[in-house]
Write a new protein. Structure first.
Length: 150
């Protein structure tokens, strides 16, 4: 089935079937989960948003972030996998239900680094945040999967 995606003989009328094959092949159901892929470099002990999932009034969303980080000279590295539940009531702000859960315990060579989830009431978003280290260049890359119920 994967070969079909690289075929040169596809026609526009093949598109709906290909979308369904892609979703089946990669376990993608309907229009959810949605996925964000982001990269960022930090150089200080600053909490920085690497990705944001925006909520409208009445939305509930599961946010799951898998993050990998590497110091640019490769001396330190880490992975994080966190999840959280966020909601926004009518006329209200984004709120996190409970606290951020570690899907796996962080695997890191420098405990000063971190990844958190945050309810951003200004932007009305669930943010994935990374925390670097002073005078240290860290490259971060994450995949954020979210399932939203409106």
């Amino acid at each position: 089935m994967k070969q079909r995606f690289f075929s040169q003989s596809l026609k526009p009328e093949d598109a709906p079937q290909l979308v369904e094959e892609f979703r089946t092949l990669y376990n993608w159901v309907g229009s959810n989960p949605d996925v964000l892929l982001r990269t960022l470099t930090t150089t200080a002990v600053t909490t920085t948003d690497i990705a944001s999932v925006y909520l409208n009034e009445g939305d509930v969303v599961l946010v799951e972030a898998q993050v990998v980080a590497k110091e640019t000279d490769a001396t330190n590295r880490a992975i994080y996998w966190v999840a959280g539940l966020f909601y926004r009531n009518a006329g209200g702000n984004v709120t996190q239900q409970g606290s951020t859960a570690a899907v796996i315990t962080a695997i890191e060579s420098d405990a000063d680094w971190n990844v958190t989830l945050n309810a951003d009431t200004t932007a009305q978003a669930a943010d994935v945040r990374v925390i670097g280290k002073a005078a240290t260049n860290i490259n971060w890359r994450c995949i954020v999967k979210y399932i939203k119920v409106t």
